[in-house]
Design a protein. Structure first.
Length: 162
């Protein structure tokens, strides 16, 4: 069983649930993320509204690879189908960020977005993984202690006749 940082008592290990339009929804821990996919490294600098400039090195799997293994409910052969999907990533504090599948898809933006399992060499258990947006200059989409990644099609905007 997990123990706290002092090794004195049991603590809950945070997990993230991959939910929504997926053929194989799944719940994963940081340990699962570290063991199930290739780990990528990103050295990042971003501006944090509360703490100013931040410089960190993160390691973890690519978000697109983890979600792809859960089987998004789109036709992978159709780029237009893939371009309509969104991901909403929610953290333990309720903060959430939205990405488009096209941002992370290798045929579109190919952004190397990570579900970090380590920050500056420190494992992120039991707090949970962190969303890392290496191309973002501000830290608003760096979601900590991820609890949920929702995947789904964007709604069609209503036609207004213009």
């Amino acid at each position: 069983m997990p123990v706290d940082r002092l090794g004195t008592r049991d603590v809950a290990v945070r997990s993230l649930a991959l939910v929504g339009a997926l053929h194989r929804p799944v719940t994963l821990t940081v340990t699962d993320l570290r063991g199930g996919w290739e780990q990528h490294r990103a050295e990042v600098t971003f501006d944090c509204a509360k703490e100013g400039p931040q410089h960190h090195t993160f390691e973890g799997p690519l978000l697109r690879e983890v979600v792809a293994d859960a089987g998004p409910a789109f036709d992978v052969r159709r780029r237009k189908d893939r371009s309509r999907f969104l991901l909403a990533v929610t953290g333990g504090d309720g903060h959430h960020a939205v990405l488009s599948w096209a941002e992370i898809d290798a045929d579109f933006g190919d952004a190397p977005v990570l579900l970090a399992t380590r920050m500056d060499g420190r494992p992120l258990e039991p707090d949970g993984s962190q969303l890392v947006m290496p191309r973002d200059r501000c830290g608003a989409r760096y979601v900590s202690s991820i609890t949920r990644v929702w995947v789904g099609a964007a709604p069609v905007p209503p036609y207004t006749g213009g």
